[in-house]
Write a protein of this length. Sequence first.
Length: 110
Amino acid sequence: MDAMSDTPPQHTIETARVRRAPRFSVFFLLGAALGVLTALILTFAFDGSDERSPFTTVAYSTGQVFGFLLLFCVPIGLILGGVVAVVLDRTVGRRTREVTISRDRIIEPD
C-alpha cells in the first residue's frame, strides 16, 4: 500500500481581505530626488558664491553651496515623500476586497 494513500489531501476554502499598498521605498526615493533637484535649482538661482559670507567672512564655492543645500533639501524631500506614501496608503487602504482562497494541504510522511 502506498504511503500517500494513507493521508488524503485536506482541501479548505477560506476568504481573505486584499488591499493594495504603495511601495514606500519608491516614494522615499522620489522625495530624495526632488530634494536634490531643488538644491540644484536653488544653487544656481541665487548665485552668491563670489560674495563673502557676512557671518564667517569666507567665500563659498558653488559646490559647497550645493552641498549645504543638500543637507537641508534631501531630508525635507524624504519627509514629504513619506507623507505622500502614508496619505496614499490611508486612502487606498480603505478599498479592500474579499477573495476566496482554495488551499490543499498535503502531509508527506517522514
